[in-house]
Design a protein around this ligand. Structure first.
Ligand code: 5AD
Ligand code: SF4
Length: 486
């Protein structure tokens, strides 16, 4: 068993979750062993998020909580968006940190780990020599050096202009049935509130050949669901060497959906400006493409969209919604929204609220505007008090709750195929997910022949990862309830 151990905690989005799967794979390959607690680990890593201030504060809170572990000789590393954003300042705020690396530098992770190990080894040897010679000279043990004096500092912060993606064959996927594939990294959109272009660097796409090879490999391993990931998947640009084989995003999506063995393909996140009708055509043509699109709108007011530098109007956004609504299958639509952006008036906010009814979203992820370092909007006065942002958030979420109550009710009586995700023992229900990305919890109806064996089930227990038909019997604002069709 390997002696070097690591603990990794992930904050933030799906992109970070998947980056962590690749970081874990890389560490395992480098001879580390993953452990479940900080106490057991030699190397403690945080993969961080800085999309909003709250997320960033969480990281620094965690680091100060774990300061005590430094005395036990543990090594700390900060990865991801906070690492890239704060850079070497992290060493000032948390002097016991040894590794700071942004996601654009992950392709160099094996080298950085080796550098870290070598530097630590060298330091330990120097310290040993120092102590031994002090004992020889003075006949007694020297005073211990301050904890932070000998610290090794490795950084990976200078790769935001890289063309390289973090591709590794050693991804340690956490779910055996459903997995992510990154198709594009970074972002060139520069929405005025967003740190991502500064933390994840410039946009760079993988080749379609490499994405498809990964999809086929996953299918061979038994995966049936693939989620294509990118900050803006719609601006995917295939750099495949053979120009005749280059694919648009919609073509890549369709090709992944046609990989034998793959039953469901999802993708996130889409940017309305780059979202083409060809994506809806692909969903129409390829049955494995899920009936769900996450299309972040951010605001229902064209004036605010302009201030946010989103590059589309409310009407253009609604045009994309109309494409989806005219699809052959019913496409479930979800979105992200920001309330309290500088200058958002009551009437702008009212336009955001009216969009909820007009589109009929199945889920809305709404956030209070949070000014972020380096972004253009930090220069605007953040004049809407937090209390008012909180009020708008509340109003928005309760209006959306009403929308969802109505929308989810419509499924009652329909039959849906779900992928089984597991079982909730306390509620004695199986957990499933529909193609619309809705949670559909279900039970197995008792056998009709009650007299023969009252407790018997008409069918065997469904296995995680399997696909089963379920009839919807009830609905909640965020989930459905049903019975397995036997
Ligand atoms: N403040 C609040 N929400 C933000 N988001 C991105 N940046 C900010 C910010 N500065 C939200 C957007 C985006 C989602 C991932 O996070 O809605 O779509
Ligand atoms: Fe941020 Fe806009 Fe890029 Fe999305 S598209 S990651 S919101 S800059």
């Amino acid at each position: 068993m390997s002696s070097k151990t690591f603990y990794l905690e992930t904050f933030g989005c799906q992109m970070n979750v998947h980056d962590s799967e690749k970081v874990v794979g890389t560490l395992l390959q480098e001879g580390y062993r993953q452990v479940e607690t900080v106490e057991q680990a030699d190397l403690v890593l945080y993969n961080t998020c800085s999309i909003r201030d709250k997320a960033e504060q969480k990281v620094f809170n965690r680091l100060s909580d774990y300061k005590k572990y430094k005395k036990q000789g543990k090594t700390f590393g900060v990865l991801g968006c906070v690492a890239q954003q704060e850079g070497e300042k992290i060493f000032e705020r948390a002097p016991y940190v040894s590794l700071v690396a942004g996601s654009a530098s992950y392709h160099k992770l094996p080298q950085m780990l080796k550098q870290l190990e070598n530097a630590q080894l060298e330091n330990a040897q120097l310290e040993k020599v120092r102590i031994e010679s002090a004992i020889l000279e003075a006949g007694n043990s020297p005073t211990r050096k301050p904890e932070t004096e000998n610290l090794v500092r490795i950084t990976g912060l200078d790769d935001r202009e890289t063309d390289k993606c973090f591709e590794t064959e050693f991804t340690a996927r956490t779910n055996p049935h459903r997995g992510y594939i990154t198709i594009i990294e970074g972002c060139d959109k520069f929405c005025s509130y967003c740190v991502v272009p500064y933390t994840r660097g410039k946009e760079r796409s993988r080749t379609s050949q490499s994405v498809l090879a990964e999809a086929r490999q996953m299918a061979d391993l038994g995966y049936t669901e693939i989620q294509l990931l990118g900050q803006n998947v719609n601006s995917y640009k295939d750099s495949e060497g053979n120009p005749s084989r280059r694919k648009t995003f919609a073509e890549l999506l369709a090709a992944v959906g046609e990989v034998p063995g793959i039953r469901r393909v999802r993708f996130t996140t889409s940017h309305p400006r780059d979202f083409g009708r060809d994506i809806v055509d692909a969903i129409d043509a390829v049955p494995t493409l899920c009936d769900h699109v996450h299309l972040p709108v951010q605001s229902g007011s064209t004036r605010m969209l302009d201030a946010m530098q989103r590059l589309y109007t409310r009407d253009q956004y609604l045009e994309r919604i109309a494409w989806m609504k005219s699809a052959k299958r019913e496409i479930s639509i979800t979105t992200d929204m920001i309330v309290g952006f500088p200058g958002e008036t009551e009437s702008d906010f009212a336009e955001t609220l009216s969009l909820l009814d007009e589109v009929g979203y199945d889920a809305v992820f709404a956030f209070k505007y949070s000014p972020r370092p380096n972004t253009p909007s930090i220069k605007l006065e953040d004049a809407i008090p937090d209390q008012e942002k909180a009020r708008r958030l509340d109003v928005l979420m309760s209006r959306q709750r009403e929308v969802q109550i109505t929308r989810y009710k419509k499924y009652i009586g329909t039959k849906c195929e779900v992928m089984v995700e597991g079982r909730n023992e306390t509620r004695a229900q199986w957990i499933g997910r529909t193609t619309h990305n809705k949670t559909l919890n279900f039970v197995i109806p008792p056998t009709t022949n009650q007299t023969a064996d009252p407790g018997a089930h008409a069918t065997a227990n469904p296995k995680a990862g399997s696909y089963v038909p379920v009839v919807v019997t009830g609905s909640f604002p965020n989930s459905l309830l049903g019975e397995l069709v036997v």
